[in-house]
Write a protein that binds this ligand. Structure first.
Ligand SMILES: Nc1ncnc2c1ncn2[C@@H]1O[C@H](COP(=O)(O)OP(=O)(O)OP(=O)(O)O)[C@@H](O)[C@H]1O
Ligand SMILES: [Mg+2]
Length: 467
């Protein structure tokens, strides 16, 4: 394809001869005598290069240059300037012109500059393409999303990954907080260092403290040898503190100190240990509210809040659902070595109309389930879990036709119902106990006792037991 050049000069002889010569050189050339018409033409036609005189009637070359940059930022501008007015050319280059020629100039001189200008334009285009390719590849190649919500997240990740700022990732369960933390680490220059995850929800205060900061031998009963904590293990890399809101108040001070000073002492230790670590935290809660309620330190909140990434819930980015579905079908068809490769429109519609309380994790589980139950190569509604097909009403999980029975064992029926609800919650949350206790509205300890009572563990959950 021929490169398109626009010449703007009020000197007719110059204009015509240039147009003639450049056309012979193989360019597609248009020429105009003033900039006002030039602006108009640029709005409807793309030009690779504009060659313009600086001194022009109606609108001068400098204003024209600004208009070109507005209307068509990719177009490269070469200025023609009269002998003795180099300062103007320099000024034009500051405003974004790529190069200039001083009149009188030879055709050879101009074509060399033109070729350089065109090459410059190609390089810019290539860089943009490359950046987009990198963005769509790892870093985030396992992070799917094309809607505005996720685009913003990708932008923040690419901007902040290489800076050592503390990052707070907020989002409902299953929205991809851990995945995002990983993407930041593996896109940062700490990628060759360790990426250490700590779930602050799963541990009580004493264990959490020694988990994070380590302990000295003999510092408490059971501390039979000195142990390094996660902060020490993360030296040179990134530490990911999940459910950071669950850190007890008295421990928050210690965390604040590491964030500020990058040093700490092991439990029972006196030696101050320096660390070089990047901290990423995640929470499902509204930390600001916790600060107001007094369960989270304000100073720590400000420390963590430097850069916040808010992950949108899946129900607010339904435009990503079909992309995610395709991605998960491919993933689980490969895992399960089956030929499933598509989803019927009817089944997809069900997924689109569901409101996804468990977000992407739930969608992923649904597709894994559907691939396992699919007997052809296309997923149909019958392959989806029942709650999606029939609507989600936990109270309707076990409908009872009471009119048909004379008596009932209350204890046994209640236990059966309880077990089913626990399985329901387990399936919905992939066994995430924090989430389970939330959706069942019972304390974690009660939940744990019940899981033990009904012997519900990962290995005991079989596909047959899904509701
Ligand atoms: N944008 C995404 N593209 C593809 N997979 C995703 C995306 N976001 C999350 N996932 C997948 O969903 C699952 C849940 O993600 P992740 O564990 O990061 O969520 P989370 O926010 O940390 O959840 P929780 O709060 O329950 O810990 C993972 O299997 C993850 O790979
Ligand atoms: Mg998580």
């Amino acid at each position: 394809m021929k490169n398109k050049i626009l010449i703007v000069d009020d000197e007719k002889l110059m204009r015509v001869s240039l147009e003639d010569k450049l056309t012979k050189e193989g360019y597609s050339v248009a020429s105009l005598s003033n900039a006002v018409e030039g602006v108009k033409l640029l709005q409807s036609t793309n030009f690779d290069v504009v060659i313009t005189d600086l001194r022009l009637p109606k609108m001068d070359g400098m204003d024209f240059l600004r208009e070109i940059k507005k209307a068509s930022p990719d177009t490269v501008v070469v200025i023609m300037t009269a002998y003795g007015s180099i300062e103007n050319a320099v000024m034009a280059m500051k405003e974004g012109a790529y190069d200039y020629v001083t009149k009188p100039f030879s055709l050879e001189e101009l074509t060399i500059k033109l070729q350089k200008a065109l090459k410059h334009k190609d390089t810019i285009a290539e860089n943009i393409m490359l950046k987009q390719r990198v963005l769509s590849q790892y870093g985030y190649d396992n992070m799917i999303g094309k809607g505005e919500g996720m685009k913003r997240v990708f932008e923040i990740i690419s901007t902040v990954s290489n800076r050592d700022t503390t990052i707070l990732i907020q989002g409902e369960s299953g929205t991809g907080k851990e995945l995002t933390a990983g993407a930041i680490h593996y896109n940062s220059n700490r990628r060759d260092g360790p990426f250490i995850k700590v779930s602050c929800a799963a541990l009580n205060k004493e264990i959490l403290e020694s988990e994070l900061f380590g302990h000295e031998k003999g510092s408490f009963t059971g501390a039979i040898k000195t142990r390094r904590g996660r902060f020490e293990l993360a030296d040179g890399g990134t530490i990911f503190l999940d459910d950071v809101d669950d850190i007890p108040l008295e421990m928050q001070v210690k965390l604040l100190r590491v964030l500020q000073e990058r040093e700490f002492e092991r439990v029972g230790g006196e030696e101050t240990i320096p660390v070089n670590v990047r901290v990423i935290c995640a929470t499902k809660k509204d930390l600001k509210k916790l600060v107001q309620e007094g369960s989270f330190r304000q100073d720590l909140y400000y420390r963590l809040h430097v850069v916040t990434i808010q992950l949108p819930p899946l129900r607010e980015r339904k435009e990503d659902i079909s992309l995610l579905v395709t991605y998960f079908i491919k993933k689980y068809a490969t895992h399960q070595r089956v030929g499933v490769n598509a989803i019927s429109q009817e089944a997809l519609n069900l997924l689109l109309s569901y409101n996804w309380p468990g977000n992407i994790r739930e969608l992923e589980n649904v597709i894994e389930h559907a691939v396992a139950f699919c007997t052809s190569d296309v997923i149909i509604p019958g392959n989806l879990p029942k709650n999606l097909v029939e609507g989600e009403t936990p109270s309707g999980i076990f409908p009872m036709e009471l009119s048909a029975i004379d008596s009932i064992d209350l204890q046994e029926t209640l236990s059966d119902a309880e077990r089913k609800l626990l399985l329901w919650a387990y399936q919905k949350t992939s066994g995430n106990q924090v989430r389970m206790s939330e959706i069942l509205r019972i304390p974690r300890t009660t939940l744990q006792n019940k899981l033990v009572k009904y012997n519900i563990t990962k290995t005991n959950i079989s596909v047959a037991e899904q509701i």
